[in-house]
Design a binder for this molecule. Sequence first.
Ligand SMILES: CC(C)(COP(=O)(O)OP(=O)(O)OC[C@H]1O[C@@H](n2cnc3c(N)ncnc32)[C@H](O)[C@@H]1OP(=O)(O)O)[C@@H](O)C(=O)NCCC(=O)NCCS
Length: 328
Amino acid sequence: MTRVRIEELGDAVEAAYEIARTCQAYDQPDVPFSTLDDFRAFLTTGWPGYGHERYLGFLDGAPVGRMNLAIAQDDNLDTVMIEMSVLPEARRHGVGRALFDLAAERTRALGRRHLIGGSVQRHPDGGAFATAMGAKPGLEELRSRLDVRTADDALLGRLHADALAHSGGYRLVRWTGVPPDEIIDDVAYLDGRLNADAPVGDLSIEPEKVDAERVRQSELARIARGRMSYNTGALRGDRLVAWTAIAVEPAAPRQAWQNITLVDPDHRGHRLGLLVKIENLRYVRAEQPGLEVIDTFNAAANEHMLRINRAMGFREVETVVQWQRTLA
Ligand SMILES: CC(C)(COP(=O)(O)OP(=O)(O)OC[C@H]1O[C@@H](n2cnc3c(N)ncnc32)[C@H](O)[C@@H]1OP(=O)(O)O)[C@@H](O)C(=O)NCCC(=O)NCCS
């Protein structure tokens, strides 16, 4: 009898949650894992613009592995994003391979060619599975962390004053959740630029087609998951030309994610990236006094963003490799 079996996730949300939580504690122990409610809410809402398929892997009848396939609907029509994990004690018994084989089968059935997924390089064998699956490293990313408790406020104050001095003629704006109507189209424009402006290495990834409705739905999905986004932007006249966002899960208030920061190409060179980031940091610290650390991902090749982050006090903690398997 074969020991490995794969099933669609169906109602077995708690089993998937336990696997995801245990694997995160093993592979990224310093990042708090979401609550069961948050995990469940994500399964119901997903991300706007994506279809999702979810599977469980069994070894000798027990659920030990999980996989999420995210299938972009409006852009990136050749690609499937894969996220999977197998309980540490159940690894090397073929569950990962069976999940991956199914992912490849589904990718072909959907008429797509590329499978993209990341692995944390914490343990020395971090990339062994992806390599065995025939994937190639496409992009190296760094996770950096700012310890808010020990942030150098005098330094941040100097950087802020300097950035203000270089950015005359721009006005700052703050918001949480869905952007105000006057700027939501500009947020969509900046968001859609991300895959064009930030390095994507050798990954077959194209810019996302983002419009105001997708921005609105993404923020509503975040709120449905019990999360909150804090945003700061810079306006030139009425136009939003720079934007940064930090996402917080109030159920796990000690940690937050620094997400997108983007300055429109016509407005670079005025320290707007640094300015909106420091302003947004002040915003989130004032609103979330229990916050201790902020994590962020950047392409290792993204020198401009990394320089700003290092100046603010972010320190690199680990490498994540994004792998791509292109099917024949
Ligand atoms: C990656 C992961 C899902 C693999 O699950 P798994 O059930 O152990 O995978 P398999 O047993 O099917 O391994 C298939 C092949 O990959 C290679 N492999 C997997 N883990 C390996 C390791 N630690 N060292 C060397 N080779 C390894 C081997 O060639 C293995 O075949 P073999 O055991 O016959 O030699 C699991 O290690 C995991 O959850 N890691 C953390 C999350 C992650 O990195 N996900 C992957 C990217 S989305």
